[in-house]
Design a binder for this molecule. Structure first.
Ligand code: AMP
Length: 280
């Protein structure tokens, strides 16, 4: 497994790869868990070579404290990736990527970035678009893998790829969960024991919501979720939305021709957890 810290050393190596071989790319912020590793395994099966980036991107954090607290487990991450026979790891520092100008570009994502995560984390998706576009330009992968855990991010990346005609195929990957249903996340390590015990309520509520959605109006499903979370003393609901998967527009009425997903963000103390589920 080759590990590169600089753009020039990485690109120098990539030029030596046979142009007929496929390169699959998995962008991450490190503190890898089984969710990340499930994507690595899939990419490994579907490509001749794979590259994982580990980079905690400063421009996508709206709160400096959140950036400062983001877990860093580089040595452990490298060990995990070695076990998976990962071919290349890219672990740059911020100045290597942003050349001393750590600012996001601004994007037009046709409103996909204005709701949910975008509404509660100002500038987040400009930061995501900036880093993913830069990494695509540096690495030039054939395929890039993104988890449905961050479904809004996935749709925004697809929009960016279409808009800029980027020559990369985006591969969505299913959400990987703990046995009790909690979606795996690097942030889960910050949960106290009590918060961790309460956290599976998020997915349990989403599952009930999926059942209810088939029979009831959207507003009733929303009230149900609000109630479930209000009855829990440890979790605090930030938002719950039911939106179509293409435009991410919340609506009170169901259109039988559209696919819907439920999206939720919850605080357990200062730890912010997100999850989502396909409804139909
Ligand atoms: P992150 O390191 O949190 O930026 O995540 C890197 C990639 O892994 C993103 O495409 C995430 O959507 C994906 N990912 C994170 N957690 C999970 C999970 N539990 N299941 C599947 N994919 C995930």
């Amino acid at each position: 497994m080759k590990v590169f810290k600089t753009v020039s050393s990485l690109q120098n190596y990539l030029t030596k790869i046979d142009k007929n071989k496929t390169l699959g790319f998995i962008p991450t912020m490190g503190a890898l868990h089984d969710g990340h590793i499930s994507i690595v395994k899939r990419a490994k099966k579907e490509n001749d070579f794979i590259i994982v980036s580990i980079f905690v991107n400063p421009t996508q954090f709206d709160k400096q404290q959140d950036l400062k607290n983001y877990p860093n487990k580089l040595e452990h991450d490298l060990e995990l990736l070695k076990v998976e026979n990962c071919d290349i790891v890219f672990t740059p520092v911020a100045n290597e990527i942003y050349t001393n100008n750590i600012k996001p570009d601004s994007f037009d994502f046709d409103g996909l970035d204005k709701v949910m995560e975008g509404a509660f984390r100002k500038g987040h998706f400009d930061g995501v678009g900036t880093i993913v576009k830069k990494l695509f330009e540096i690495i030039k992968p054939n395929t890039a893998y993104f988890g449905e855990k961050d479904f809004q991010q996935l749709q925004i990346i697809k929009k960016m790829v279409a808009r800029y005609n980027l020559p990369v195929q985006i591969v969505p990957c299913v959400i990987y969960r703990e046995e009790d249903g909690l979606a795996m996340s690097s942030r889960n390590t910050h949960l106290t024991d009590d918060q961790r015990k309460s956290a599976p309520l998020i997915y349990q509520t989403l599952l009930k919501c999926k059942e209810l959605f088939l029979e009831k109006e959207i507003d009733i499903v929303k009230k149900f979720v609000k109630n479930e979370l209000e009855n829990n003393k440890i979790l605090k609901l930030e938002y719950f939305e039911i939106a179509d998967t293409e435009y991410l527009i919340s609506n009170s009425f169901k259109n039988k021709n559209k696919k819907y997903r439920a999206f939720i963000a919850v605080f357990a103390g200062t730890v912010r957890l997100i999850d989502n589920i396909a409804l139909n």
